[in-house]
Ligand binder design. Structure first.
Ligand SMILES: C[S@@+](CC[C@H](N)C(=O)[O-])C[C@H]1O[C@@H](n2cnc3c(N)ncnc32)[C@H](O)[C@@H]1O
Length: 226
């Protein structure tokens, strides 16, 4: 899989509602939000609708083109600045953003996760939040049956367990680690979309529970720059 072509998040409506619920708890009152590796604008567009100024950065030209078209449809095109770039080498000045997001594998799939995290923290203002999500190693271990693949998951850096994720973000004051993607990771889409109200409630209960969260496809870390 070439990272540059990997632009379509398989996020469902429930995943997006879950991620927005997590983000909304930490949103600044006003200001500019960097959606790093923002892809086709799944989260940027929703936050632009709330009147935030958004910078959507992605390494993929194609993702940015789709994001532009989707933001026009949603009538928020003017609220989003689209930037082609690499999360490991950001062109923004230090302390530029009131919130930084890097959702769904942006960091763990970038060439150098440590460098990516350092860059994201550099451009975040003090006292502001960074929210990032990565593939949850513990979840994926339970989905595999071949011994070699299980061994690969144990050692890979493309997925992380909670302690590895916390270690990557250790220079932030970590508020919490929660889960996202319980429904999409475990239940047939047509089943959970039939009963959305109940499943979004389940998604939030499981994702917010410190032990149940490991059943979610993603771990989401929330940290403050101090
Ligand atoms: C699974 S998608 C997630 C998109 C979006 N964050 C979301 O949650 O809907 C991962 C995105 O990261 C982007 N990406 C991968 N490596 C990157 C890098 N080094 N710098 C910037 N973006 C990158 C990909 O192009 C893709 O759009």
């Amino acid at each position: 899989m070439k990272i540059k072509d990997w632009i379509f998040p398989e996020a469902s409506e429930i995943d997006t509602l879950r991620d927005l619920k997590i983000i909304k708890e930490y949103l600044p009152k006003t200001g500019t939000i960097l959606d790093a590796g923002g892809g086709i604008g799944r989260i940027s567009i929703e936050l632009a609708k709330l009147n935030y100024k958004i910078v959507l950065l992605d390494i993929s030209k194609k993702a940015l083109e789709i994001a532009k078209a989707e933001s026009k449809k949603a009538k928020v095109y003017k609220k989003i600045e689209f930037v082609e770039g690499d999360v490991c080498d950001l062109s923004f000045k230090d302390n530029s953003f009131d919130m930084v997001l890097a959702l769904r594998d942006v960091i763990n799939y970038s060439v150098d996760a440590e460098k990516a995290v350092k860059e994201l923290i550099r451009v975040l203002k003090n006292d502001c939040y960074l929210i990032a999500s990565v593939a949850n190693k513990t979840f994926w271990l339970t989905k595999e049956v071949e011994s070699e693949k299980i061994k690969n998951i144990i050692s890979t850096k493309k997925m992380l367990k909670e302690s590895e994720l916390k270690n990557l973000f250790k220079s932030l004051k970590i508020e919490k680690v929660v889960g996202s993607g319980f429904c999409s990771g475990n239940i047939q889409k047509e089943n959970y979309l039939k009963n959305k109200e109940n499943f979004i409630e389940i998604e939030n209960i499981i994702g917010d529970d410190d032990e149940f969260k490991f059943a979610c496809e993603y771990l989401v870390i929330i940290g403050k720059k101090v």
